[in-house]
Write a protein that binds this ligand. Sequence first.
Ligand SMILES: [Zn+2]
Length: 253
Amino acid sequence: MPAVALLLDRLLELSRQLGREERKLAILGEGNTSARAGEGTLLVKASGSNLATLTPAGVTECRLDGLIAMLQERSLTDAQVDEGLFTSRVDPKAMKPSVEAVFHAFLLTLPGVNFVGHTHPVAVNRLLCSGHASAFARRRIFPDEVVCCGPESVLVPYADPGLKLAQAIRRALLAHIRRAGLPPRIILLQNHGLISLGATPEAVLAATLMAVKAAEIFTGAAALGGPRFLSRSQVARIAGRPDEHYRQKVLGL
Ligand SMILES: [Zn+2]
């Protein structure tokens, strides 16, 4: 099978996993996924297609450079953003890429990031629409959360979906990478949703499902007078353990 067909297969499988209705991560046209392809392109979910039932026709291949150039623009009208999205397509007959293709393009240029999954999980959004969003992003409550979601997530303040959101994500990510030296595994969008980054589709799915589990535990612990967070040194210990690194490798994280 040619490399791009194999990549498309992996992206479709990730999308369908994230779209499974009982997981409550996305319904209708919510959420989007992408993968870094060869020669400066990405595969990204088309606007209006559904994660649970995504087919090859619902995925559009776009050039990275055109989308990333839009991040430098101070103010584009909605029509200019649409034009940029249409122009970025490799095949002019392909569907219009998701309006979030700009942030997908940026994230896929980060080291070690080959797949991106964006969803609106009920359990995570419950926290992101509350005063607990910052604590949920900065702190950790159990070891497997550290293994799958990393020692800390990045919280992005609310921004209009599309170009403004992509620019806000870029600002927050660059600040995080300057401080921590590595991209995060999880980005939390205030009053909006979750983005998981990974080298493999398995890593993106694992980080998403573990973030949902952590959100459910956080909310339950908050109702019981908590949560009690792991200390910074406990988190650093898990993140740095060789046996956990081995486990991450075996799990494809
Ligand atoms: Zn969204």
